[in-house]
Design a protein. Structure first.
Lengths: 113, 116
Protein backbone atom coordinates (compact mmCIF):
# COMPACT_ATOMS: atom_id res chain seq x y z
CA UNK A 1 0.00 0.00 0.00
CA UNK A 2 0.87 3.66 0.05
CA UNK A 3 2.32 5.26 3.16
CA UNK A 4 4.59 8.03 4.43
CA UNK A 5 6.98 7.82 7.38
CA UNK A 6 8.40 10.91 9.03
CA UNK A 7 10.96 11.32 11.78
CA UNK A 8 9.34 11.73 15.15
CA UNK A 9 9.46 15.07 16.86
CA UNK A 10 9.60 17.39 18.44
CA UNK A 11 12.70 18.83 16.84
CA UNK A 12 14.15 21.72 18.85
CA UNK A 13 16.69 24.04 17.23
CA UNK A 14 18.24 27.41 17.92
CA UNK A 15 17.61 30.24 15.49
CA UNK A 16 19.89 30.10 12.40
CA UNK A 17 20.55 26.36 12.83
CA UNK A 18 20.32 23.91 9.92
CA UNK A 19 17.13 21.89 9.66
CA UNK A 20 16.55 18.41 8.28
CA UNK A 21 13.27 16.55 8.66
CA UNK A 22 13.40 13.05 7.21
CA UNK A 23 10.59 11.61 5.12
CA UNK A 24 10.43 8.28 3.34
CA UNK A 25 7.54 6.83 1.39
CA UNK A 26 6.14 3.57 0.11
CA UNK A 27 4.15 3.66 -3.12
CA UNK A 28 3.78 1.93 -6.43
CA UNK A 29 4.55 3.84 -9.56
CA UNK A 30 5.42 7.50 -9.48
CA UNK A 31 3.61 9.48 -6.80
CA UNK A 32 3.85 13.24 -6.39
CA UNK A 33 5.41 14.36 -3.10
CA UNK A 34 4.56 17.33 -0.91
CA UNK A 35 5.48 19.12 2.28
CA UNK A 36 2.71 20.91 4.13
CA UNK A 37 3.05 23.13 7.21
CA UNK A 38 0.45 23.60 9.96
CA UNK A 39 0.54 26.52 12.37
CA UNK A 40 -1.42 26.29 15.66
CA UNK A 41 -5.17 26.50 15.14
CA UNK A 42 -4.90 26.52 11.37
CA UNK A 43 -5.27 24.15 8.46
CA UNK A 44 -2.43 22.88 6.32
CA UNK A 45 -0.56 25.14 3.94
CA UNK A 46 1.37 23.83 0.96
CA UNK A 47 5.08 24.48 1.46
CA UNK A 48 6.59 22.80 -1.59
CA UNK A 49 6.10 19.92 -3.99
CA UNK A 50 7.89 17.67 -6.51
CA UNK A 51 6.11 15.65 -9.14
CA UNK A 52 8.86 13.43 -10.55
CA UNK A 53 12.16 11.84 -9.61
CA UNK A 54 15.11 14.23 -9.07
CA UNK A 55 12.80 17.26 -8.97
CA UNK A 56 13.67 19.77 -6.25
CA UNK A 57 10.84 21.69 -4.64
CA UNK A 58 11.68 24.93 -2.88
CA UNK A 59 9.89 27.76 -1.11
CA UNK A 60 10.73 30.31 1.62
CA UNK A 61 14.23 28.89 2.03
CA UNK A 62 12.96 25.31 2.43
CA UNK A 63 13.83 22.66 -0.13
CA UNK A 64 13.37 18.95 -0.71
CA UNK A 65 14.54 16.63 -3.49
CA UNK A 66 12.50 13.68 -4.79
CA UNK A 67 14.85 10.70 -4.51
CA UNK A 68 13.29 7.64 -6.09
CA UNK A 69 16.32 5.40 -5.43
CA UNK A 70 15.98 5.94 -1.67
CA UNK A 71 12.21 6.67 -1.72
CA UNK A 72 12.87 9.84 0.26
CA UNK A 73 11.84 13.47 0.26
CA UNK A 74 13.73 15.06 3.16
CA UNK A 75 12.96 18.67 4.06
CA UNK A 76 15.90 21.04 4.63
CA UNK A 77 16.48 24.67 5.49
CA UNK A 78 19.84 26.30 5.92
CA UNK A 79 18.91 28.77 8.66
CA UNK A 80 15.69 28.45 10.62
CA UNK A 81 13.80 31.31 12.24
CA UNK A 82 11.52 31.41 15.25
CA UNK A 83 8.61 31.96 12.84
CA UNK A 84 9.30 28.53 11.30
CA UNK A 85 8.01 26.85 14.46
CA UNK A 86 5.10 24.68 13.32
CA UNK A 87 4.18 21.09 12.48
CA UNK A 88 5.47 19.82 9.14
CA UNK A 89 3.72 17.05 7.20
CA UNK A 90 5.15 15.02 4.36
CA UNK A 91 2.56 13.66 1.93
CA UNK A 92 2.28 11.69 -1.25
CA UNK A 93 -0.44 11.78 -3.86
CA UNK A 94 -1.52 8.79 -5.87
CA UNK A 95 -4.23 8.33 -8.39
CA UNK A 96 -4.71 8.69 -12.07
CA UNK A 97 -7.75 10.89 -12.27
CA UNK A 98 -8.95 11.54 -8.74
CA UNK A 99 -5.94 12.00 -6.59
CA UNK A 100 -5.77 10.81 -3.01
CA UNK A 101 -3.30 12.12 -0.45
CA UNK A 102 -1.47 10.08 2.17
CA UNK A 103 0.09 12.04 5.03
CA UNK A 104 2.81 11.25 7.50
CA UNK A 105 2.17 11.75 11.20
CA UNK A 106 3.86 15.15 11.27
CA UNK A 107 7.03 16.53 12.87
CA UNK A 108 6.80 19.41 15.29
CA UNK A 109 9.56 21.98 14.98
CA UNK A 110 10.38 24.34 17.84
CA UNK A 111 12.87 27.12 17.09
CA UNK A 112 14.28 29.00 20.07
CA UNK A 113 15.63 32.55 19.84
CA UNK B 1 -10.10 35.65 -3.37
CA UNK B 2 -11.58 33.58 -0.56
CA UNK B 3 -9.80 30.38 0.26
CA UNK B 4 -11.42 27.23 1.59
CA UNK B 5 -13.93 28.05 4.30
CA UNK B 6 -15.36 25.61 6.83
CA UNK B 7 -18.14 25.88 9.35
CA UNK B 8 -18.55 25.69 12.21
CA UNK B 9 -15.06 26.18 13.67
CA UNK B 10 -15.87 24.26 16.83
CA UNK B 11 -18.61 21.82 17.73
CA UNK B 12 -19.45 19.76 20.79
CA UNK B 13 -21.69 16.71 20.53
CA UNK B 14 -22.54 13.68 22.64
CA UNK B 15 -22.23 10.02 21.77
CA UNK B 16 -24.92 8.73 19.45
CA UNK B 17 -25.74 12.12 17.97
CA UNK B 18 -25.36 13.11 14.34
CA UNK B 19 -23.32 16.01 12.96
CA UNK B 20 -23.03 17.91 9.68
CA UNK B 21 -19.92 19.88 8.76
CA UNK B 22 -19.77 22.27 5.83
CA UNK B 23 -17.12 23.35 3.36
CA UNK B 24 -16.93 25.95 0.60
CA UNK B 25 -14.05 25.36 -1.79
CA UNK B 26 -11.62 27.96 -3.00
CA UNK B 27 -12.96 29.99 -5.89
CA UNK B 28 -12.41 28.14 -9.16
CA UNK B 29 -12.06 24.73 -7.53
CA UNK B 30 -14.42 21.87 -8.31
CA UNK B 31 -13.15 18.98 -6.17
CA UNK B 32 -13.53 18.64 -2.41
CA UNK B 33 -11.77 16.15 -0.15
CA UNK B 34 -12.40 15.55 3.55
CA UNK B 35 -9.81 14.46 6.11
CA UNK B 36 -9.90 13.50 9.77
CA UNK B 37 -6.93 14.65 11.86
CA UNK B 38 -6.73 13.15 15.33
CA UNK B 39 -4.65 14.98 17.91
CA UNK B 40 -0.95 14.60 17.20
CA UNK B 41 -1.54 12.70 13.97
CA UNK B 42 -1.50 13.43 10.27
CA UNK B 43 -4.73 13.87 8.30
CA UNK B 44 -6.47 10.67 7.22
CA UNK B 45 -8.38 10.69 3.94
CA UNK B 46 -12.12 10.17 4.33
CA UNK B 47 -13.49 10.72 0.82
CA UNK B 48 -13.45 12.99 -2.21
CA UNK B 49 -16.27 14.53 -4.24
CA UNK B 50 -16.28 15.68 -7.83
CA UNK B 51 -19.29 16.47 -10.00
CA UNK B 52 -21.52 15.72 -7.01
CA UNK B 53 -20.34 12.13 -6.76
CA UNK B 54 -18.07 10.35 -4.30
CA UNK B 55 -14.98 9.43 -6.35
CA UNK B 56 -12.62 7.95 -3.79
CA UNK B 57 -13.02 6.74 -0.24
CA UNK B 58 -10.62 5.95 2.57
CA UNK B 59 -11.02 3.37 5.32
CA UNK B 60 -13.93 4.95 7.14
CA UNK B 61 -17.23 3.26 8.06
CA UNK B 62 -20.54 4.03 6.43
CA UNK B 63 -21.40 6.29 9.37
CA UNK B 64 -19.35 8.85 7.46
CA UNK B 65 -21.18 10.16 4.42
CA UNK B 66 -21.04 13.24 2.30
CA UNK B 67 -22.59 15.34 -0.37
CA UNK B 68 -21.48 17.86 -2.95
CA UNK B 69 -23.79 20.55 -4.26
CA UNK B 70 -23.97 22.11 -7.74
CA UNK B 71 -21.99 25.13 -6.47
CA UNK B 72 -19.18 22.70 -5.49
CA UNK B 73 -19.67 23.19 -1.75
CA UNK B 74 -19.77 20.04 0.33
CA UNK B 75 -21.05 18.54 3.56
CA UNK B 76 -19.64 15.80 5.75
CA UNK B 77 -22.19 13.89 7.83
CA UNK B 78 -21.30 11.58 10.68
CA UNK B 79 -24.00 9.44 12.32
CA UNK B 80 -24.00 7.60 15.65
CA UNK B 81 -21.04 9.59 16.95
CA UNK B 82 -18.39 7.79 18.98
CA UNK B 83 -15.84 9.21 21.39
CA UNK B 84 -13.16 8.26 18.85
CA UNK B 85 -14.68 10.61 16.29
CA UNK B 86 -13.27 13.56 18.24
CA UNK B 87 -10.83 15.20 15.84
CA UNK B 88 -10.12 18.15 13.58
CA UNK B 89 -11.99 17.67 10.29
CA UNK B 90 -10.27 19.30 7.36
CA UNK B 91 -11.69 20.11 3.98
CA UNK B 92 -9.40 20.53 0.99
CA UNK B 93 -10.24 21.70 -2.51
CA UNK B 94 -8.55 21.46 -5.87
CA UNK B 95 -9.34 21.85 -9.52
CA UNK B 96 -9.73 18.53 -11.25
CA UNK B 97 -10.61 20.12 -14.53
CA UNK B 98 -7.18 21.55 -15.28
CA UNK B 99 -4.39 18.98 -15.11
CA UNK B 100 -5.82 17.33 -12.02
CA UNK B 101 -2.81 15.40 -10.82
CA UNK B 102 -0.54 18.44 -10.88
CA UNK B 103 -2.86 20.60 -8.83
CA UNK B 104 -2.17 20.91 -5.09
CA UNK B 105 -4.92 20.83 -2.53
CA UNK B 106 -5.79 23.94 -0.56
CA UNK B 107 -6.94 23.33 3.00
CA UNK B 108 -9.42 25.11 5.21
CA UNK B 109 -8.73 25.75 8.89
CA UNK B 110 -10.92 22.84 9.91
CA UNK B 111 -13.78 22.10 12.27
CA UNK B 112 -12.80 20.93 15.74
CA UNK B 113 -15.34 18.26 16.77
CA UNK B 114 -15.43 17.14 20.39
CA UNK B 115 -17.56 14.18 21.48
CA UNK B 116 -18.55 13.98 25.15
Amino acid sequence: GNSVTQMEGPVTLSEEAFLTINCTYTATGYPSLFWYVQYPGEGLQLLLKATKADDKGSNKGFEATYRKETTSFHLEKGSVQVSDSAVYFCALRKGNNFNKFYFGSGTKLNVKP
Amino acid sequence: DAGVTQSPTHLIKTRGQQVTLRCSPKSGHDTVSWYQQALGQGPQFIFQYYEEEERQRGNFPDRFSGHQFPNYSSELNVNALLLGDSALYLCASSNQGTGGNNQPQHFGDGTRLSIL
